[in-house]
Structure formats: C-alpha cells, structure tokens
Design a protein around this ligand. Structure first.
Ligand code: ZN
Length: 243
C-alpha cells in the first residue's frame, strides 16, 4: 500500500464536515472543531486517490505557467515591459560604466569591452538580469507616480508615501497611515492594469475593505476595472515568476 501524503489539519467552526484543500506546497484538511483525529485520519485514507489526483492536477497546472522572463539575457533576448517584448542589444563601449537604456524599440546594454570578454555567458546574463530589474524598479516607480499624480486629485485622496517592492504574493497594499506599496512586476503588465492597482490602493485610503462601497469608488474613475483585474487573475501567476 502507498504511504499516505503528509497533511495539515485546520479546525474551523464553520466546517460542517471535513474537506481537503490541495495546493502546490501543502495538503490541508479543514475539519469541524469536534471531529476526532481518528476520524480525520480515516477520512484522509478514504480520499487518498482523490488527493493523488488533485496533487497531479496542481503540479500539471504549475508546469503550464510560463514566466515572462527570457531564458537567458543575451544579445537578441526579448525583454518584457508593459505587455510588450523588446529585443536586447549589447554594445561594447570604452566607458567602464555598465548601463542599460530603453528607446521605445529596444533595450541596449552598454558594457566595456574588457569586462565583456572576461564574463562567461551565464555571468553576463546574470549581470544583465540584475540591471534590467533595477531599471524596471525605477520605471515602476515613475509609472506609479504618473498614475497617482493623475488620480489622487480626482479622488481627493493622497497617500503618505509610495514604495515599489519585491513581494511574492500581492500586487499592492495600503497601510493604516496610507503608505502605498506596489509590486515592481506590475511594470511588465499592460499600463492600464498597473494603473488599476494604483487606483485600487488609492481607494483603500477611503475604504479599508472590499465592500460594495469600495468597488463603487474604484469604478468612479476606472469603470472597466473588472477587465483589468481579470488580466491579473489570468496572468498573475506567470507575472509572479518574475524576471
Ligand atoms: Zn484591496
């Protein structure tokens, strides 16, 4: 007999009977408060096949999520930016300053010839990746400020600060002192999707929940927010894989 997969038990006062949640990193059984452990164990044994199936499905789904990032950051690699892809050009220079520029058609890496010749392809790729990420953080910040400058007066709401962050699980947040945090990866999404997240967090200054009143406020200046949010639902997992 196959050994049973490890699982965690979560007690819930709302659970009328046991149910199983399978995610990429864990198997959880949500059980009523008074259900004996022995009974939970039995339930899990009965559901063993179901759990195996669910685990396979989750794994298959995860394998189908493709990152926006190029396989390697080399000449001609396609760099994602605001829902487009731009080729990376590498130009050798005399200046020792390593920098990256964007001209609406491509990204160009300027690198000194001596440095270029000492780096392996993998080292160069990693260096470029770091530079691209730094560039994207800056671009994400500029884009957020642009949106805020436009929408803050319309809503008559003003955040105390704005910070671009690398976070794994969320697109934005608004703290109790109205400090807005935004996920840098939003700069890879369509501009209107990023704009929606800025509006969303801005509206939390007035409504600290996701009530009907909150969504009505979002819709005031972003009537098509549902479509924008749908993009994040569909592409979010890919986006979260980063660069
Ligand atoms: Zn929210």
């Amino acid at each position: 007999m196959k050994t049973q997969a490890a699982y965690q038990i979560r007690r819930s006062p709302r659970a009328k009977r046991a149910r199983i949640i399978v995610t990429a990193d864990k198997i959880e059984v949500v059980a009523p408060l008074r259900m004996p452990e022995k009974q939970i164990k039995l339930f899990m044994q009965e559901k063993q096949l179901w759990v195996e199936n669910a685990k396979n499905q989750v794994a298959e789904h995860a394998a189908n999520i493709t990152s926006f990032a190029p396989k390697s950051y080399q000449q001609g690699a396609m760099i994602p930016y605001q829902a487009n892809q731009y080729p990376l050009l590498i130009e050798l220079t005399k200046s020792s300053q390593l920098r990256i520029e964007f001209n609406q058609e491509n990204f160009t890496l300027y690198i000194a010839k001596p440095l270029y010749s000492t780096l392996s392809a993998a080292e160069l790729s990693e260096k470029v990746r770091e530079l691209v990420i730094t560039w994207m953080f800056q671009a994400a910040r500029e884009q957020a400020i642009k949106s805020l400058d436009h929408y803050a007066p319309l809503y008559q709401l003003k955040p105390r600060s704005i910070t671009i962050k690398a976070v794994k699980s969320r697109w934005g947040s608004c703290g109790i002192h109205n400090d807005i945090n935004l996920n840098w990866l939003l700069i890879l999404a369509p501009a209107e999707v990023y704009e929606y997240v800025v509006i969303h967090e801005l509206c939390h200054i007035q409504q600290r929940n996701h009530s009907a009143a909150f969504w009505a406020l979002v819709a005031q200046h972003c009537p098509d927010y549902k479509q924008r949010r749908a993009w994040l639902k569909q592409q979010g997992a890919s986006l979260m894989l980063g660069l």
